[in-house]
Design a protein around this ligand. Structure first.
Ligand code: UD1
Length: 427
């Protein structure tokens, strides 16, 4: 298994291009199943998760080819309606094929994702939403079997919590339903907006983009379309936090600063200088006196649905707060058990204790973190270990980096370009 070796302490300088968003690409790839034709998606990141989704839709009959970041997908014929356990267990977002399969084939059999490293993560909202559209669903041998008697019928759904993939799944089912569908307390994440843009390009009628109330008027027919995946706000945020941790000055190109307001607000309090333009952002860490980094102000965060502080940047921000001057309280409200990185950060010299859904991070200043062998446990936890390793004194060895490769395109190479001493080694 491959590992990352990091020799900490190098400031980051230069430019980095932000890739397309993993969490936007996945529903867009699933949406190509909705209607026959050749769909063209631009800015699709080449990641373990996007490759898994391509395998899932291939299993269902899609044929595709990639040229650079553009993927052409032909979905003229569907050869099946089943997403098997082998694929779903490696990526729970595979459940996103449920909505389009129900809309196009009237039937879907998708393995239940099962438990995962960051909590139970059920799909009950998805199923409840489908039932409102007339779907009959039941569980058999670990699979969700869902069927539409006749045509999908528009209906109303209120999400108890604004589920991102739940909203996306329901949207994809509702665009072809007979009549009108109302989704309340819908997720407002930019990735949902990207899917709405694609569906509208395909001929769907959807109102309420970027709000928590979506109205979908079902249409008889959709057609294949061309859409670009939005820039990855979580990758952008991860590099912003890395600069705050290591110092330096980095231009982040092809990003959307507007999608990161909650993080930018906190990082400015920490001491980072952020200059935003429409599609790029320069972040720099002021130096004091003899080129040592400015002290890092500790700040509390609470994770919330968009536009609040994203849970997908919680672990990375926690790594930063271990180097703060004071104590920071990190409150995780989206996922239970999303503190797997705490034990590993503590092994690197951090002082973090967990009290229920809160982590108390007692910052030890810029020099408090030292390199150690650590193990990645999930995607964003891995990114937090990279940030800690980049800023640490000495060497850090991160194993199980396949987690990282699920969601970050060429992370080691991008960081090397910025001057980080990071290497990937094969065992
Ligand atoms: C998506 C993102 C993930 C991100 C998360 C929250 C993708 C592929 N993944 O995950 O990176 O961390 O949003 O921003 O886009 N819930 C239920 N029942 C359900 C669905 C959700 O109880 O049927 C709960 C979850 O346990 C969680 C909350 O709702 O507490 C929000 O989860 P959700 O937005 O659905 O997360 P995902 O869409 O799986």
């Amino acid at each position: 298994m491959d590992k990352l070796l990091i020799e900490g302490g190098a400031p980051l300088h230069g430019e980095v291009r932000i890739s397309g968003a993993k969490n936007a690409a996945l529903p867009l790839l699933a949406a190509t199943l909705l209607t026959p034709g050749t769909h063209i998606l631009h800015n699709v990141p080449d990641l373990r998760d996007t490759r898994t989704m391509l395998r899932v839709i291939e299993t269902l009959g899609a044929r595709w080819e990639r040229q650079g970041a553009t993927v052409r997908i032909n979905t003229d014929t569907l050869s099946g309606a089943e997403a098997p356990y082998d694929l779903v267990k490696t990526m729970r977002a595979s459940v996103l094929v449920l909505g389009p399969l129900l809309a196009r084939a009237g039937f879907a059999r998708v393995s239940l994702p099962g438990g995962c490293a960051i909590g139970a993560r059920p799909i009950d909202y998805h199923l409840k939403g489908f039932e409102r559209l007339g779907v009959e669903a039941h569980l058999a041998q670990g699979y969700v079997e869902a069927r539409v008697p006749g045509r999908l019928q528009g209906g109303s759904m209120y999400f108890d919590a604004p589920s991102v993939t739940g909203t996306e799944n329901l949207l994809m089912a509702a665009v072809c339903a007979q009549g009108q569908t109302l989704i309340q307390n819908a997720a407002r994440e930019p990735e949902v907006g990207n899917l709405i843009d694609m569906l509208v390009n395909m001929g769907a009628q959807i109102e309420g983009k970027d709000t928590d109330t979506l109205v979908i008027r079902g249409v008889e027919r959709l057609s294949a379309a061309e859409t670009s995946v939005i820039p990855d706000r979580i990758e952008t945020g991860t590099y912003m936090i890395a600069v705050a941790a290591c110092g330096g000055k980095v231009l982040l190109r092809d990003c959307v600063p507007q999608h990161l307001v909650a993080l930018s607000e906190k990082l400015r309090i920490c001491g980072l200088v952020i200059e935003e333009e429409q599609d790029c952002m320069q972040v720099s860490c002021p130096e004091v006196g003899d080129r040592s980094l400015c002290a890092l102000q500790s700040v509390d965060i609470t994770t919330q649905p968009y536009p609040g502080f994203p849970t997908d940047l919680q672990a990375q921000f926690m790594a930063l707060m271990t180097m703060g001057e004071d104590t920071a309280i990190i409150h995780e409200t989206i996922f239970e058990n999303r503190f797997m990185h705490v034990a590993e950060l503590n092994r690197m010299g951090a002082d973090i204790t967990i009290e229920g859904s809160r982590a108390i991070v007692r910052g030890g200043g810029r020099d408090s973190i030292s390199g150690a062998p650590v193990m990645a446990t999930d995607l964003r936890a891995s990114a937090s270990l990279v940030i800690a390793g980049l800023a640490a004194q000495g060497c850090t060895e991160i194993s199980r980096i396949y987690h990282l490769e699920r969601g970050y395109e060429n992370m080691a190479a991008k960081l090397q370009e910025l001057g980080a001493r990071i290497h990937r080694i094969s065992e």
